[in-house]
Design a protein around this ligand. Structure first.
Ligand code: NAD
Length: 502
């Protein structure tokens, strides 16, 4: 009888090396395309978090004082290594998340853009100086790092979301403790090893795995100065409230419900293509996925027919094969998504394309749901009110442009939205009137470039700083203003009055 295959346990990464957890708790990591448990991941106890924070704290003084030249050399080396080895990271993402390989490679490329942005740290971190602010007095400002910072990331972008933050945090002289999603842990360790190879000193980048225990220990730890969180809205709210109550800077990006409005004058073939791309890419497990399509006027029947044709042609299967769309991340996610489709149907939505059943190109028992198109969805149905986070595109029909704007502005989320039209005037009005942080005009997934900042409004972001771009530099530094005088005579006379300029 053969013995069962040994299952690896993904360790933490502390002070430049892999370390096992101090406790007994661990979680299953699955291959979503086959349903198999492929490894386990250690769940941190408070003592594990304590040692990661201690490593980050110990590394901070020397890293803060490392010259910008040296820091950016390490960033450039990290970039080069990542360019060469990106396919390895993409394969790791597909094996644990399920998204198709091309999509995983795209995620790595978007993360790499933030590394490239951070390579400009010497320019990004410049302060300002004023000569003769008052007679013989100069003023200058400098940006300094905060100390050890924590990054807590979701399952859907195991590489890109941490990379929205850590390149800038590290370039600015901070040290990092990353707590990735326990569903997709291996990318973080792979990245930690790459940093070591690039020459980053031990303790500057640490990884602890786990669940709420790890997160809450970070949120309340006195040595953690700032928290960058990305995940669902209830957890984002908890992170923001707890982290700020403990005196930390917090940026907490939450969930989404993104609408795509199609006006009657739009190119309907373009709109149909893009609705399919944005609705079903990454099986809808993107915070910028389109989940509600708002058809304005009398175009809905034609548009739904065009979207349905394209949807039926999609191939769903193992992301390592020639599939357009992969599985969902877990069995629970699969069941949750099919449950929403059931509920939508019971509430009166028309199931135009039904992904609850179908043929999937994969071995084993993966977590598949095919692309699903619902029509005649109304705002009281749970398929509309809740974030489904799966390959379900709901069509809502409204009569006028103001109806579409009112619908979006009433929604509690405000991450991304898109307008499809040929009218510049309508586009201009839309970008002015809509209460959403990221807007696409004939662009369905308007993810900002690394040198702009990424962030939603309303329940999609708690805090006032978005990710990366100048917001990222601002978040990971604090300014100090120095006022200087070099008198050429000793003594200036005692004067307790308020300083005035002369
Ligand atoms: P999640 O909120 O379940 O988990 C996010 C992180 O929080 C993970 O590291 C997880 O371990 C931790 N966590 C989970 N429950 C917790 C709790 N009760 N207390 C403390 N920590 C907890 O999110 P997810 O399912 O991993 O990711 C999907 C969600 O993330 C979706 O809502 C999606 O919209 C959102 N998301 C948002 C953005 C954005 O930029 N706004 C980007 C990507 C994903």
């Amino acid at each position: 009888m053969s013995s069962p295959a040994k299952i690896d346990v993904v360790p933490h990464w502390v002070g430049g090396r892999a370390v096992p957890g101090s406790g007994q708790r661990s979680g299953e990591v699955t291959d979503p395309a086959t349903g198999e448990v492929t490894r386990r991941v250690a769940f941190a106890e408070p003592a594990d978090v304590e040692s990661a924070v201690a490593a980050a704290r110990a590394a901070f003084p020397a890293w803060r004082d490392t010259s910008l030249t040296r820091r950016t050399q390490i960033l450039f080396r990290f970039r080069e290594l990542l360019n060469h080895r990106a396919p390895e990271l993409a394969a790791l993402i597909t094996a644990e998340h399920g998204k198709v390989l091309t999509d995983a490679a795209g995620e790595v490329a978007r993360g790499q853009e933030v590394v490239e942005f951070a390579c400009g740290a010497p320019h990004l971190l410049t302060g300002s100086a004023t000569e003769n602010a008052s007679t013989g007095i100069d003023v200058h400002s400098i940006r300094q790092p905060l100390g050890p910072v924590a990054i807590i990331s979701p399952f859907n972008f195991p590489a890109m979301v941490p990379m929205w933050f850590f390149p800038i945090a590290i370039a600015a002289g901070n040290t990092v403790v990353l707590k990735p999603s326990e569903k997709v842990p291996s990318a973080a360790n792979w990245i930690a090893e790459l940093w070591a190879e690039a020459g980053l000193p031990d303790g500057v980048f640490n990884v602890v795995h786990g669940d709420r225990v790890a997160v809450d220990t970070l949120l309340t730890h006195p040595d953690i100065t700032a928290i960058s969180f990305v995940g669902s809205t209830p957890v984002a709210r908890h992170v923001y409230e707890t982290g700020t109550a403990h005196g930390k800077r917090v940026q907490a990006l939450g969930g989404a419900k993104n609408h795509m409005v199609v006006l009657p004058d739009a190119d309907l073939d373009l709109a149909a293509d893009q609705a399919v791309n944005a609705g079903y890419g990454s099986a809808g497990e993107r915070c910028m996925a389109i989940s509600a399509l708002v058809a304005v006027g009398d175009i809905a029947d034609t548009l739904v027919t065009k979207i349905a044709e394209r949807t039926r042609a999609l191939r769903t299967g193992d992301g390592r094969r020639d599939s357009d769309m992969g599985p969902l991340v877990t069995r629970a996610a699969q069941q949750r998504v099919t449950g929403y489709v059931d509920a939508g149907e019971s509430a009166g939505a028309t199931v135009v394309v039904d992904g609850r059943t179908g043929r999937f190109d994969a071995d084993g028992n993966g977590f598949f749901v095919g692309p699903t198109l619902l029509d005649h969805v109304t705002t009281d149905m749970t398929v509309y009110t809740d974030e489904i986070f799966g390959p379900v595109l709901s069509v809502l029909r409204v009569d006028t442009y103001p109806d579409a704007v009112a619908l979006i502005n009433t929604n509690p989320y405000g991450n991304g939205t898109a307008l499809f039209t040929r009218s510049g005037a309508a586009a201009r009005r839309f970008q002015n009137e809509i209460d959403v942080g990221m807007i696409g005009i004939n662009v369905p997934v308007p993810v900002p470039m690394a040198y702009y900042s990424f962030g939603g409004w309303k329940n999609s972001l708690f805090g006032d700083t978005h990710a990366h771009g100048t917001h990222g530099v601002h978040f990971y530094t604090r300014t100090k203003v120095v006022t200087t005088r070099w008198p050429d005579t000793s003594g200036s006379g005692v004067d307790l009055g308020f300083p005035t300029n002369a």
